[in-house]
Design a protein around this ligand. Sequence first.
Ligand code: MTE
Length: 300
Amino acid sequence: MAHRWTNRLKDRDVTDETLWLNRRALVVGAGAGLGLAGLGQGARADVLEPTDWDDITSYNNYYEFGTKKSDPARHAHRLTTRPWSLRIDGLVDRPGEYDFEDIMARMTIEERIYRFRCVEAWSMVVPWNGFELADLLDMAGVQPGAKYIAFETVLRPDEMPGTRFPTLDWPYVEGLRLDEAMHPLTIMATGIYGRDIPNQNGAPLRLVVPWKYGFKSIKSVVRITATDSEPPTSWNKSNPREYGFYSNVNPEVDHPRWSQATERVVGSGLFARRQETLMFNGYADEVAGLYAGMDLTRHY
Ligand code: MTE
């Protein structure tokens, strides 16, 4: 294991009444609230049982390597991930090229076991290792005028065969509102199951926003920009009717072509299990307040 990996709880986490951090197989906050008696067909217990390593690392979306789920695991070894630098710029006090190893030395790496829900209606539970995006943004010093954070994936056509086709407008870009980016659930993941994150999952560092559809969790990030206006996002540019800027997991707002009420549990065997999708992917207690007063059918 190249990275230091600690399980240390921070004070604010210990005092948090929801024990979402470092609590393998324990109740994870929010929304579920199902008594055993209420567990019917398709309902779900709120125990987080991590998906197998093999499923997490072989069933991927990373269109820079192709559009099939098996393409990233087949082709992503071509991506050079060391050395790696992350440019942080825009409305920050300390802009610059930050070396990945220097960032790792300054951040506290924790394990976060999160539900992961793709907009395509499948889900996993991933034991990420990483650090809070807020700590990285604090390192750069976000200025008062900033309202959004924009992200960009590396673009190397020589190493990324999928980028030779105009599947998306490369490079892959994403964005968050500043308060979403600063939320303690939002992390930059650098590992899975205590091992370095595999290339197909977005090495060496990728965003993870567990209450949003998976496509917001942009991989192999090379640039983070603090800005005062809503940044463009790849799937919204490609199909604005189907993919909004917010993309919060919401079982009540269907995708124009399929229902979002339930999800297929990846790795649950031949007769794949389906379960109900939870509002904000089960993190409503933590994040619903960010969207108070907003019409979530309009801001999808
Ligand atoms: N980031 C980049 N750069 N390119 C992509 O194609 N796919 C997104 C997201 N991040 C994608 C990306 C989608 S649609 C999903 S569901 C998740 O990555 C998948 O993450 P995983 O392969 O680690 O499960």
